[in-house]
Design a protein around this ligand. Structure first.
Ligand SMILES: Cc1cc2nc3c(=O)[nH]c(=O)nc-3n(C[C@H](O)[C@H](O)[C@H](O)COP(=O)(O)O)c2cc1C
Ligand SMILES: [Mn+2]
Length: 451
């Protein structure tokens, strides 16, 4: 499978021409791109990939909304939409190690020293109140300072100077761990921030699991072949050879800078925080590079991250409750799990497994397998009719959660609640649901009564 963004864009155009819109009219990167994405979604019920050719203040075209459709993400993994989760799980189970190649188009243009200028990039401001221009589609590639373990993640960058950005590292996540190890030795942490990739690479970057799991192998698993990497020009960090743009960077030890306000994926803005500082030592890119943006908190962002989250949660719950049927992440910090409960207590165990598998999880609702977790009404019905809160609610206090939860009393500290909405002691012995007798259901044909 081709590993570059452009081949994937060609695929999108071939699959469904209306799924790709080129905007050649000039647009202001301050709010106008986000406005068009959100208006298309809300008013026209459309979520095409958008390529803005003429963005004020930059020569780079801006691509956004790439990930805003599940069938498009499935196509990126060469999967049918209904096989999305199974395909992702297979890539987690059977990762394909990356391979280093001698050269790649990402090095067609190399800018070092005085030629590094982040202000040449599109200065995109997404929402009212944002403190400045942000890069929202950068994937970090970094190595544990003590061993050969690599990590990838999305980390937002606020542009702070010609060669400076802030970086948001979620407390307790893997890149944060690497940075803390480097900082304890008073060393910078080399990393690369990669912008503009095939969405299989984007989905792989968001894999959640042990710090020892290499996201680059999952990217390979999704691509069906080893991810091709080239060495950076100013460090030993390895980056996708076919990427559009790479920022070769270091996170500086013992430095912090104010970051935000920024409209987060939660739909809120938490105001200014102190964040780690990135120095950019080189920018490399394709000759006619495309700059990629992700519209924070909208479908482009949320669909992309839920596929890897749901796969990881499914894997974790299955390790504890083999008869798990489905997992859905319907919104921030929340998941719904359905299980075929064979013995009492498995609902509670599913809750524990989900909390153990994902730092962000704050509310886990477990239902029986006759409830469709993709239908909010059914989940609410199960909570209302199968749950006694004094018996079925589990509250965990003072745990780590997302540092972007506005309800937290202290950044990143959170209580968590599990709701066991399975029928007790078992679905089979529970008060029956009513229905029309099956023979009558079969016999009554709509066409015999209505035109
Ligand atoms: C568009 C987008 C932006 C994100 N921004 C950040 C960010 O700024 N900081 C962060 O810690 N995680 C961010 N995330 C989430 C992480 O990438 C995700 O939790 C990832 O799994 C973390 O990697 P790790 O599990 O290897 O630690 C973002 C995700 C997406 C899809
Ligand atoms: Mn990781």
């Amino acid at each position: 499978m081709a590993q570059d963004l452009r081949s994937y864009l060609d695929l999108v155009k071939r699959r469904k021409p209306g799924d790709f819109e080129i905007v050649s009219k000039p647009v202001d990167p301050r709010y106008e791109i986000t406005a068009l994405v959100v208006k298309l979604e809300r008013e026209a019920k459309r979520r095409p990939v958008l390529l803005f050719e003429n963005v004020t203040g930059t020569k780079f075209p801006v691509l956004t909304n790439l990930h805003a459709s599940r069938p498009r993400l499935a196509a990126a993994m060469n999967a049918a939409p209904e096989a999305t989760q199974a395909t992702y799980l297979r890539a987690m189970d059977k990762p394909i190690a990356p391979k280093v190649v001698a050269a790649g188009p990402v090095h067609e243009v190399v800018l070092k020293g005085d030629r590094v200028n982040l202000y040449d990039l599109p200065q995109i401001v997404h929402h009212e109140g944002d403190s400045g221009a942000y890069v929202t589609a950068a994937i970090s590639f970094a190595k544990d300072p003590t061993r050969e373990i690599w990590n990838c993640a999305y980390n937002r960058l606020q542009i702070k100077g010609r060669d400076r950005t802030s970086i948001h590292l979620t407390t307790g996540k893997h890149l944060w761990e690497f940075q803390r190890i480097a900082e304890a030795r008073n060393e910078p942490l080399p990393l690369a921030l990669v912008i503009g990739v095939h969405p299989a690479i984007a989905l792989g970057a968001l894999a959640i699991g042990s710090i020892d799991e290499d996201e680059r192998g999952i990217m390979g698993g999704l691509l069906g072949e080893p991810l091709e990497l080239v060495k950076c020009q100013t460090s030993d960090v390895l980056v996708p050879a076919h990427a559009e743009i790479v920022l070769e960077c270091e996170i500086l030890p013992r430095q912090r800078t104010p970051e935000g306000p920024f409209g987060e994926f939660t739909g809120y803005s938490l105001g200014e925080r102190q964040r780690e500082v990135v120095r950019v030592n080189a920018i490399t890119h394709r000759r006619d590079a495309i700059f990629q943006d992700i519209t924070v908190a909208h479908l482009d962002h949320m669909l992309l991250s839920t596929i890897p989250m749901e796969a990881n949660l499914f894997r974790a719950v299955r390790a504890m409750v083999p008869s798990v049927k489905a997992v859905r992440v319907p919104g921030p910090f929340t998941c719904f799990v359905s299980i075929e409960q064979r013995i009492p207590g498995q609902g509670k165990n599913a809750i524990l497994a989900a909390f153990g598998a994902d730092l962000y999880m704050k509310r886990v609702v477990v239902v029986d397998d006759d409830v469709d977790v993709f239908d909010d009404r059914q989940v609410n019905w199960a909570i209302a009719t199968r749950c006694q809160p004094d018996r079925d609610l589990t509250i965990i206090t003072n745990a780590r959660g997302s540092d972007l939860d506005p309800s937290a009393r202290e950044d990143g500290m959170s209580a968590k609640w599990g709701v066991d909405a399975t029928a007790k002691p078992s679905l089979a012995s529970y008060t029956p649901r009513h229905r029309v007798p099956p023979d009558v259901w079969e016999r009554m044909k709509l066409k015999d009564f209505f035109a």
